[in-house]
Write a protein that binds this ligand. Structure first.
Ligand code: F3S
Length: 283
């Protein structure tokens, strides 16, 4: 039987970098280690890190209470205010903000200082978006729908700079930009959507189109894994959504010749490998 594993399965560059950073800190730094928010939305990884002494700070109050040690900023990044606060506390900070997100921070900070109004296309409740807004200053707004645009007061003859949450849907981004363009004459649009999600989805679809069965691995609550599952299911009826190898044993199938495997952005490599190594026995 042939097993095809997607090259883009699992962690993207930024998440891998952040998770590796925490493990590296565990090995090299003494004193308490904290991550500001879970480093990744995967219980197994967070539990493993907790067992190694890494504590998750879930609120800003918890962050305020930290008096010593190392605070690691996750790939989503944080507001400038939080960076300033940490600096003021004199605490050791390890910044694992994804460089693609950091680039957006730098853009909005610069453009805002030059007098532009910053429009962020994205989900206002997402930590990445809150972080970006925190670098954009007062003259900024987050929009996620056409209705939101009507609520924004751009000011007269103002330059507008548009950026996007890295995981925003490209088609929706394009549609919103078209509407914004009609509102202002001086607008600069920077497509800051990261290609990692799209590449993972495209590869998953092309594999699912050619195999007899497809396995999608990821946390049940992970929205990007759910999306991957939908895409694969459309291309291959015989698609299975599992969290770990254990789930697959429940879904024993008939004999198949080719099996494809992909995984969501928060699925660790060891889980993917375990499935990959055992799939021949199960099917
Ligand atoms: Fe991942 Fe960074 Fe892109 S965290 S999705 S590589 S913006």
């Amino acid at each position: 039987m042939k097993v095809i594993r997607a090259k883009t399965a699992g962690f993207c560059f930024g998440v891998k970098r952040a998770v590796d950073t925490v493990y590296e800190q565990v090995k090299t730094c003494g004193g308490p280690i904290y991550t500001y928010g879970p480093i990744i939305h995967n219980e197994e990884v967070v539990k493993d890190l907790e067992a190694k002494g890494v504590r998750v700070l879930r609120t800003e109050e918890e962050l305020d209470a930290v008096e010593e040690g190392t605070v690691i900023i996750r790939s989503h990044g944080v507001e400038k205010r939080i960076c300033d606060k940490l600096e003021g506390k004199g605490i050791r900070v390890v910044d694992a903000t994804c460089p693609f997100v950091k680039k957006i921070h730098n853009i909005v900070r610069r453009e805002s200082a030059l007098g532009s109004y910053i429009l962020i296309i994205g989900n206002p409740d997402h930590p990445e978006v809150r972080g970006i807004r925190g670098w954009a200053g007062e003259n900024s707004a987050v929009i996620s729908s056409a209705e939101d645009i009507d609520k924004v007061d751009f000011g007269k003859n103002r330059k507008i700079c548009v950026v996007s949450q890295t995981t925003f849907n490209y088609n929706k981004f394009k549609d919103l930009v078209e509407i914004i363009k009609k509102k202002s004459y001086d607008i600069s649009v920077l497509n800051t959507i990261c290609s990692a999600t799209r590449e993972r989805q495209t590869e998953a679809q092309s594999i699912a189109e050619t195999v007899d069965a497809m396995i999608v691995i990821g946390d049940k609550h992970s929205s990007n894994t759910q999306k991957l599952f939908e895409i694969c299911r459309k291309a291959c009826n015989n698609t299975y959504y599992i969290q770990t190898l254990g789930d697959l044993e429940l879904n024993q199938l008939g004999s198949v010749e080719t099996v494809g495997i992909t995984a969501g952005a928060s699925t660790p490599n060891n889980i993917i490998e375990e499935v990959q190594n055992n799939v021949r026995i199960i099917f």
